[in-house]
Ligand binder design. Structure first.
Ligand SMILES: [Zn+2]
Length: 360
């Protein structure tokens, strides 16, 4: 992965290449930001640049305003482009599948993960990864077995390049024993190693881990796309279905008709957990867009498929309720990810939205 292939992130890319050029590479870093914004792609491009034998420095700002990039041609870059470099190691959430029936870990899924990264240009989400593994309703983890493998990998001599790189994708999915086991590696790394934790939600990371890493905050890509990756990744039917569900829901919340609300909650709760989460991310993103339309005059990208709703609903989302709404959605998504009883979480969310809409 070269920086030039990551759209809309030249500011952070330039900061990263400068850090490497000035020899100030911190051995343990946390890239915080959405995968869809390129947080994982940036981590890989960063490692590729670090190990590139012929780094390119542009006399004039290069593609997309870049100051420098890896060459893409040297033996190290070629292996990085294929994600086959022997000193590049990935750890990521896994779960049991039809082929791995017990004690899964990243080691069992290396080929699948590489294929997934190449197919999604390293911008796929965790849900996309579960879809790729066809385990739609299971939640993965990064486990103690991964920690053991990581410690082993870090103890090995590097094969050919100057830096050995370990990337932990979605590090917030590390379970407690994994997290505790790697603390020592974060604190006292072997020489010439780089550990990058790619994280979407820092509030789900142990503070002992955060304090041992250097934070690289990856902004939303200026090329568009938030946590909800939208039409690009969702099938069109799902988007239309989501829009219908959403319009029905919001109309019920204005009337607060308990009977029809409870029927609606039953409908959504019957979906798989990942689908419920996708729907909530869609709803959360739509509120953000409504707010931006009101406050900054930005056009909506989401179409609710209902002309009256399209024009009237956004005016309900103002600076008086957007933060409360956003928080209510984060809480509900968190609860559903943690296998809480969906109906209760959805009911609580409905009441919270109803209260916030009155504050407009
Ligand atoms: Zn190179």
């Amino acid at each position: 992965m070269q920086f030039k292939d990551i759209k809309g992130q030249s500011v952070i890319a330039n900061q990263l290449t400068e850090i490497i050029d000035s020899g100030r590479v911190s051995h343990a870093q946390m890239f915080l930001g959405n995968t869809a914004s390129g947080s994982l792609a940036l981590a890989i491009a960063y490692a590729q640049y670090l190990n590139c034998q012929h780094r390119t420095h542009y006399a004039q700002p290069g593609p997309d305003g870049l100051r420098a990039d890896s060459c893409g041609e040297c033996p190290s870059c070629k292996k990085y482009q294929q994600l086959t470099h022997p000193d590049l190691h990935f750890f990521f959430p896994t779960t049991t599948t039809s082929s791995v029936k017990s004690s899964p870990s990243s080691a069992e899924f290396q080929t699948e993960f590489r294929d997934f990264l190449l197919q999604t240009q390293q911008c796929g989400s965790l849900d996309d990864w579960y879809d790729f593994l066809a385990v739609e309703n299971k939640q993965g983890q990064i486990r103690e077995k991964d920690a053991d493998n990581m410690v082993r990998v870090l103890g090995l001599k590097s094969y050919e390049s100057s830096f050995k790189v370990v990337i932990v994708w979605m590090a917030e999915k590390m379970n407690l024993s994994m997290a505790n086991k790697i603390l020592k590696n974060l604190e006292e790394p072997a020489p010439n190693t780089l550990i990058v934790l790619v994280v979407e939600r820092s509030d789900r990371m142990l503070s002992t881990i955060i304090s041992r890493t250097q934070l690289v905050r990856v902004p939303h890509s200026t090329a568009g796309g938030g946590q909800w990756a939208g039409e690009v990744l969702l099938r069109k039917e799902s988007v239309e279905q989501f829009a219908q569900l959403y319009v029905t829901w919001m109309r019920q919340l204005f009337k607060l008709n308990m009977l029809s609300l409870s029927t609606w909650v039953d409908t959504l709760a019957a979906y798989g957990r990942e689908q419920q989460k996708q729907f909530l991310l869609y709803a959360q993103e739509s509120l953000r867009q409504c707010f931006l339309r009101n406050n900054a005059g930005l056009p909506m990208q989401i179409d609710f498929g209902d002309a009256k709703f399209n024009s009237s609903f956004p005016t309900m989302i103002t600076e008086r309720n957007i933060e409360g709404l956003d928080k209510a959605f984060n809480d509900a998504i968190y609860a559903i990810e943690r296998n809480a009883y969906s109906k209760i979480a959805l009911m609580e969310l409905s009441f919270a939205i109803s209260r916030q809409l009155k504050k407009r």
